[in-house]
Write a protein that binds this ligand. Structure first.
Ligand SMILES: [Zn+2]
Length: 252
C-alpha cells in the first residue's frame, strides 16, 4: 500500500473515533438533564400528593371542630325540653334537635370521606417516596457513570487529536486537501475500503478493471462512484485448523 494511503486510512479511523467521542461527550450532559428532569417529575408528584394530604387533614380538623358547637346546641335544646309549656314549643324543640343531629351525621359522613381519601393519599405518598428514593439512587449512579465516561472520552479524544495531527503532518499536502474536501462533502468519510469488489461506503460495485487496479496498483485511487479514496486489504489466508486437529497423532 502507498505509504500516504496507509496514513489516510489511519487518519480516517482516527477521525471516526473523534466524531464518535465528540458526539458522546455532547450527549452525556443531555442524558444527565433527562435523568434530572425525570427525578423532578417524581418529586413534583410527591409534593402534590403531600399537599393533597395536608389539605385533607386541614379539612378534617375543621369538620371535627364543627361538631362540638352543634352538640352544645343539642344539649341546650334537650335541657329546654323540660321547661316547655306547650306542645307546639315541644315540637319546635324536637325539630331543632333532630335537625342538628342530622347536621352532625352530615359532618361525620364528610369526615369519613376525608379519612378514606387520606388513606389513598398516604398510600400514594409512600409509593412516591419509595419511587423517588429508587430513582435518586439510579440517577446518582448514572450521573457518576456519565461523568466518568466523559473524563475517559476526553482523555481518548486528546490522544486521537494528537494522532490526527501526526498523520496529517506526515501526509502529502495534496492528499490532506483532497481528504478534507471529501470529508466535508461526504459526511466525514473520505476513505473507503473496497470489500468484495464493492465500495464499502457507496456500495457500488467496481468495474473489474478498476477492482484489479485497486488490488495491484501502488497509486492512490478514487471510487468512480463516490469519489472517495479507496484501499483494499487482501483477505487473510486462514489455515485449515480442523484438518490439523483431525490428523492422527503419533499413537493414532
Ligand atoms: Zn464509493
Amino acid at each position: 500500500m502507498h505509504p500516504d494511503l496507509k496514513l489516510a486510512v489511519e487518519l480516517q479511523a482516527v477521525d471516526k473515533e473523534i466524531a464518535r467521542l465528540s458526539a458522546e461527550i455532547a450527549y452525556l450532559p443531555r442524558h444527565i438533564q433527562e435523568i434530572e428532569s425525570k427525578l423532578a417529575g417524581t418529586q413534583r408528584q410527591l409534593e402534590a400528593d403531600r399537599q393533597g394530604l395536608a389539605q385533607n387533614q386541614r379539612e378534617r380538623r375543621k369538620l371535627e371542630g364543627d361538631i362540638p358547637p352543634v352538640q352544645q346546641k343539642i344539649s341546650k335544646y334537650k335541657g329546654q325540653v323540660f321547661e316547655v309549656k306547650t306542645n307546639e314549643q315541644y315540637r319546635a324543640l324536637q325539630h331543632e334537635i333532630e335537625f342538628n343531629e342530622a347536621e352532625i351525621r352530615k359532618i361525620e359522613d364528610q369526615i369519613l370521606e376525608r379519612m378514606v381519601a387520606a388513606e389513598e393519599l398516604e398510600g400514594r405518598v409512600k409509593t412516591a417516596e419509595k419511587q423517588l428514593g429508587a430513582e435518586r439512587a439510579v440517577a446518582e449512579k448514572e450521573k457518576a457513570e456519565a461523568s466518568a465516561r466523559t473524563q475517559a472520552d476526553m482523555q481518548l479524544l486528546a490522544e486521537f487529536e494528537r494522532r490526527r495531527a501526526e498523520y496529517r503532518g506526515a501526509m502529502s499536502a495534496d492528499l490532506v486537501r483532497a481528504y478534507d474536501t471529501l470529508a466535508r462533502t461526504r459526511k466525514g468519510v473520505a476513505v473507503a475500503e473496497v470489500r468484495d469488489s464493492t465500495c464499502s461506503e457507496c456500495n457500488v460495485r467496481l468495474r473489474p478493471q478498476a477492482f484489479q487496479q485497486v488490488r495491484s496498483s501502488d497509486q492512490i485511487l478514487r471510487c468512480e462512484s463516490c469519489g472517495r479514496i479507496q484501499y483494499y486489504i487482501p483477505p487473510a489466508i486462514t489455515e485449515d485448523v480442523s484438518e490439523t486437529q483431525m490428523a492422527p497423532g503419533p499413537n493414532g
